[in-house]
Design a binder for this molecule. Structure first.
Ligand SMILES: Nc1ncnc2c1ncn2[C@@H]1O[C@H](COP(=O)(O)OP(=O)(O)O)[C@@H](O)[C@H]1O
Ligand SMILES: Cc1ncsc1CCOP(=O)(O)O
Ligand SMILES: [Mg+2]
Length: 260
């Protein structure tokens, strides 16, 4: 987090219409610099100068995906990490097609999704309803399998999060259920992982694990302060925590297990 605050990385966010404002505010809170740019007239230029690119297919269109692929190729040429959030993949054939297209045409550094979405990327259908997806199987095993199959770092989120690059597997238990009551917390997390990856591009598993622990601790702290009030206050206090949390406090409260 200190590295993010010192470097103020520029995060090019091609994200969905629902979470744009929340994502920009969350990234500002952690000390990153968000920019939302979508037109094919400029996405290559923006992705080339940004420190990381977030591709999120929450509210997809054919033109939007063309533009994402252009941006992704430009970020690849510039050597900048790309975080892909396959929102709602598995819910419709269109989302399945465009996820495949992005993964085929762009070299993605980190894929971040809930368990149903990551299972859908592996062809396991039937668990995603809209943008929500839980599975009954072991999330850690799913994460390892997905990282091997997709040849990227994979982050599967839920009650316990898992991170894998196909060899290492790490679990992060921080977080709070109220994160699921505020729209966009998964999407903002993709942006936060992008910021961590921007300042630590050569150790993406560590970057993702640190981002998840930090994010989860902020949620736990926000819940303690707002549990008598409700999720409106939680959302605001969570943003405050993203801005005020220190690496020292997050390190003291993190619950991280190195599995292999
Ligand atoms: N039951 C839960 N308990 C604690 N934290 C959770 C729970 N479910 C999700 N989270 C946290 O909420 C954030 C968003 O994850 P998730 O809800 O899986 O994403 P999405 O919004 O894309 O479905 C992550 O930080 C995750 O750790
Ligand atoms: C509700 C909704 N519909 C399309 S995108 C979106 C936001 C999903 O955000 P998150 O996955 O972070 O809950
Ligand atoms: Mg999501």
């Amino acid at each position: 987090m200190e590295l993010v605050r010192q470097n103020n990385p520029l995060i090019h966010c091609m994200t969905n219409d629902v979470v744009m404002n929340f994502t920009a505010n969350g990234l500002l809170a952690i000390g990153a610099s968000p920019v939302m740019a979508f037109s094919a007239a400029e996405t290559e230029d923006m992705a080339s100068v940004a420190d990381a690119l977030l591709l999120n297919i929450g509210t997809p269109s054919n033109e939007g995906v063309d533009s994402m692929v252009l941006a992704g190729k430009a970020a690849n040429r510039a050597g900048k990490p790309i975080i892909f959030d396959p929102v709602g993949v598995g819910a419709t054939p269109f989302r399945n097609e465009i996820s495949k297209r992005i993964l085929n045409e762009v070299d993605v550094a980190v894929v971040r999704g809930n368990a149903g979405e990551i299972a859908a990327l592996l062809g396991q259908a039937g668990t995603v309803k809209g943008v929500d997806g839980k599975i009954n199987a072991d999330v850690k095993e799913l994460c390892l399998q997905a990282a091997k199959a997709l040849r990227t770092v994979v982050v599967v989120t839920g009650e316990v999060d898992a991170v894998s690059n196909g060899e290492q597997l790490v679990a992060v238990a921080n977080g709070h259920e109220w994160l699921t009551k505020v729209v966009g917390t998964g999407c903002l997390l993709g942006g936060v992982i992008a910021a961590y990856a921007a300042v630590q591009p050569n150790s993406l598993v560590d970057a993702a694990v640190e981002a998840l622990a930090f994010y989860g601790v902020c949620a736990e702290q926000a819940y303690e302060q707002t549990k008598k009030e409700g999720i409106g206050s939680f959302q605001q206090t969570f943003l405050n925590e993203l801005g005020n949390m220190t690496d020292e406090k997050a390190a003291a409260l993190k619950r991280v297990e190195q599995i292999c």
